[in-house]
Design a protein around this ligand. Structure first.
Ligand SMILES: *Cc1c(COP(=O)(O)O)cnc(C)c1O
Length: 387
């Protein structure tokens, strides 16, 4: 952990501020160059895009490390690339990973289809009862993986408990903090070892870049870099430049996402056609207390099911005009999807049912439009779904 000297918004814009001699561009240029002139007679100082050490890549890495209060960070070509490399940095054939059961479908497939093939054993724990973690512990357990705010039911996992649990066992705690962002939670402050982001979502925040990041102590970040150099999932300079543009407005965007999330969840909770609403900022959410303790904001993601079931959901989706039916999240424009058909395809029907991911569950990514316009769009579409 590194103690930052400036506030979060300032760090998002400047990182560690540096003097700017006259003529310095206010916005850093894109160095769209794969290679750079090199000192003669040494292997030191080789800059190459796949090594993640070119100017645009370093700029965003420093910026994110500053936001998370970390020694180091590294951006990669996607959130999946970041997830894969972060785990491979701490797990070897013969090791066992304890993963939360409440995770992104792509991550689940990575563990089931690839880690198994690499000789890494993975067990899934339902975090609703913290005792479940210890129950599934094995002699060769080397790491725990959780999403702090989960997809799609916005469950909040108690990482304070898990950090103590992992420290006691001397194993690594990896936290996917995509839904929280450093604005709503900084997992290193709670004792996590490694943070993973799909920067595709809020960090870039404009629905126009695929990127990921790994954050932690320098030795871990160095190991992730070594793996990235060999396996290859680096981020392109132009993508990195776009991420820097996005990061500058992270704090104000998150404040608006948080406000719209809460307003929308409260509206949905009072609507007669809505069956259930899942938002950690609502008192009735099962993790409201943990969320209030861990999070500085409850986020812009809300899940809801309708009394009219899947038919009503489809009618609503067809009649929304402002809100787009599309997967992904974290951009300025509001999106809605049915996780059973998007982020969670690949799970069995039994598993989806067990997790409550039904075909009448919609997930809304609240954008940063005016809240009354988003709500009015849903209000009008819901009126069409009345039998
Ligand atoms: C989207 C997402 C990922 C995967 O990220 P990509 O950038 O699409 O590769 C991983 N974890 C979570 C929580 C996500 O939402």
């Amino acid at each position: 952990m590194k103690k930052p000297s400036k506030g979060l918004a300032t760090r998002a814009i400047h990182g560690e501020p540096e003097p700017k001699p006259a003529g310095t561009p206010v916005v850093a240029p894109i160095y769209q160059s794969t290679t750079f002139a090199n000192p003669v007679g040494t292997a030191e100082g080789v800059l190459y895009t796949r090594y993640g050490n070119t100017p645009n890549q370093l700029a965003i890495a420093q910026r994110l490390a500053a936001l998370e209060g970390a020694e180091g960070a590294l951006f990669l070509g996607s959130g999946m690339g970041a997830t894969a490399m972060a785990h491979l940095a701490v797990l070897h054939p013969g090791d066992h990973l304890l993963s939360s059961n409440w995770i992104y479908g792509g991550t689940r497939r990575l563990f089931d289809e690839e880690f198994h093939r690499l000789g890494i054993d993975v067990s899934y724990v339902t975090p609703s009862d913290p005792r479940n973690w210890r129950r599934q512990l094995k002699k060769n357990t080397r790491a725990v993986f959780v999403e702090i705010v989960t997809n799609p039911l916005m469950r909040v996992v108690d990482i304070d408990y898990l950090a103590t649990f992992c420290r006691e066992l001397g194993i690594s705690l990896l936290v996917d903090s995509t839904f929280a962002t450093p604005v709503n939670c900084r997992p290193l402050e709670h004792g996590a070892d490694i943070i993973i982001h799909s920067a595709t979502k809020y960090l870039n925040g404009h629905s126009d870049v695929i990127a990921g990041a790994v954050v932690g102590d320098q030795p871990v970040v160095d190991e992730v870099r070594r793996l990235m150099m060999l396996w290859g999932p680096a981020i392109d300079p132009h993508q990195a430049w776009l991420v820097e543009r996005g990061l500058k407005t992270l704090t104000v965007r998150m404040e608006r996402h948080n406000a719209n999330g809460l307003a929308f969840a409260q509206w949905a909770a009072d609507h007669p056609a809505v069956d259930e609403v899942w938002y950690p900022g609502l008192k009735q959410h099962p993790d409201h207390e943990v969320a209030a303790q861990l999070l500085d904001g409850f986020g812009g993601m809300v899940a809801l099911s309708l009394k009219g079931g899947p038919e009503a959901v489809q009618t609503v989706l067809k009649h929304l005009e402002l809100v787009t039916h599309a997967p992904s999240l974290g951009g300025p424009e509001s999106l809605v999807s049915v996780p059973r058909f998007t982020s969670h395809t690949g799970l069995s029907d039994a598993e989806l049912d067990a997790q409550g991911i039904t075909d009448s569950l919609m997930r809304v990514s609240l954008g940063i439009e005016d809240e009354q316009d988003i709500i009015a769009d849903f209000e009008a579409a819901l009126a069409k779904s009345k039998p």
